[in-house]
Design a protein around this ligand. Structure first.
Ligand SMILES: Cc1ncc(COP(=O)(O)O)c(C=O)c1O
Length: 401
């Protein structure tokens, strides 16, 4: 094993700031090793990780089967996007078997942003419309188009992106209809469980009706499962909770279990055939051979262990749910939990940030998102480690007022 020389923490902090562009200062965890739900830092500290890279490490860090597949790979270091390459077809075939609904044709991408961008472009090309509808405050990536869909009010799209406000209940269907009824909206995009709004769980009544409603006005439906895909919400894909058959599913993050970057936009044969030759799409590293090995290994792992992974996730989910509701929070908590996508609304962003920081000091990694604590533990999290992490959280909730 090749080891890097240790770096002094003060030098690292100074050089990180001098040399890396970031939107905010990093936390002081200098990761050197990770396995399962544990992260070890250069100061010899061990953290229980309930963040898992925001839905990346669903199988735990350094998952043996996936790492081994990458180590064993002795194929080409690169394949030109215009060539044919059997593992691309193998991975697309596996995805077609795993995803719900009617989508079958995979477009190769590298990041979630790119997968969303591609779905938008395909929808615009297919419908010959320009407008889009998204959920107010959502996040779908960091390109100009994705940022127009999301929070922050930047509308970079020439013809506008309209926003559907929460709550997503049966009344929201009328508001959605008002937005799409002029027959000029190419696509409606959302996460089926909205991780990026600190876990919002839309009503069944709403979700069951969006596809027929949108299709009535010729609007396509994009389900962004970049974060929810691969078991996060207690089903392999969150669309399954609602029996959804969208026109596009976007995947990234946990598709390679965090071992390499890879993303995909999957659409229906109709849309793929109709837009072929019309939409030019080129991605230099879209489905790089090493990342493809990691994704194939992840899909095969899911085929073999689906019931066990979902069973474990649901067992942990109910433990989290009952413990979190009983913790001595300073305010009445609003728990939003589906599988292991967990948000706890606590009313006050400063209070939430103090809890996050104290948890980190005591060896637990959680997210603070505005006035909510957010957690995405590994689906492989064992009962003992879950209890230890929840004990830390409870202790912090008790101490911070
Ligand atoms: C729902 C969702 N869509 C898209 C993206 C963008 O993915 P990436 O960071 O891989 O570009 C993210 C990233 O957090 C996401 O959570």
């Amino acid at each position: 094993m090749r080891l890097r020389a240790p770096v002094k923490i003060d030098d690292l902090v100074r050089n990180d700031h001098k040399l890396l562009g970031r939107s905010e200062r990093p936390n002081d965890v200098e990761v050197v090793r990770a396995e399962g739900s544990l992260v070890h830092d250069a100061r010899g500290r061990t953290f229980i990780d309930f963040q898992m890279g925001w839905c990346v490490g669903n199988l735990g860090w350094n998952p043996h089967a996936i790492m081994q597949a990458v180590r064993d790979f002795d194929g080409p270091s690169y394949v030109n996007p215009s060539a044919m390459y059997p593992p691309w077809v193998e991975l697309a075939g596996l995805l077609a078997e795993l995803v719900p609904g009617r989508v079958r044709r995979s477009y190769r991408a590298t990041t979630g942003t790119e997968a969303v961008e591609l779905a938008l472009q395909l929808a615009m090309t297919f419908t010959r419309r320009r407008k889009l509808v998204s959920i107010d405050g959502a996040y779908h990536g960091n390109s100009f188009a994705a940022r127009s869909l999301g929070a922050g009010g930047v509308d970079n799209l020439l013809h506008g992106c309209m926003k559907l406000a929460l709550p997503l209940d049966h009344k929201a269907l009328d508001r959605l209809e008002t937005l799409v009824k002029h027959r000029d909206v190419a696509a409606f995009i959302m996460e089926p469980i909205i991780t990026n709004l600190s876990v919002v769980i839309p009503d069944l009544d709403f979700m069951r009706e969006i596809i027929p409603l949108c299709h009535q006005y010729g609007t396509l439906v994009i389900m962004d499962e970049v974060a929810t895909g691969f078991g996060r919400t207690g089903a392999l894909f969150a669309c399954e909770h609602y029996d959804l058959a969208p026109d596009f599913i976007c995947l990234a993050k946990a598709i390679t279990s965090g071992v390499a970057p890879l993303a995909v936009t999957i659409t229906t044969p109709d849309i793929a055939n109709e837009t072929e030759g019309e939409l030019e799409f080129y991605s230099t590293f879209g489905w790089h051979p090493v990342a493809v090995e990691a994704a194939i290994a992840t899909c095969r792992f899911w085929q073999r262990h689906h019931d066990h992974l979902i069973g474990n996730a649901m067992a942990r989910s109910s433990e989290f749910r009952s413990r979190l509701l009983r913790m001595p929070w300073a305010v009445e908590p609003e728990l939003r939990c589906r599988g292991l996508a967990i948000g706890i609304g606590l009313d006050d962003a400063r209070y939430v940030e103090r809890i996050r920081q104290r948890c980190q000091d005591e060896g637990l990694l959680v997210f603070a998102e505005d006035d909510s604590l957010v957690m995405f533990p590994a689906l492989t999290l064992d009962e003992h480690t879950a209890r230890e992490g929840l004990d830390i959280l409870e202790h912090c909730a008790h101490d911070i007022r």
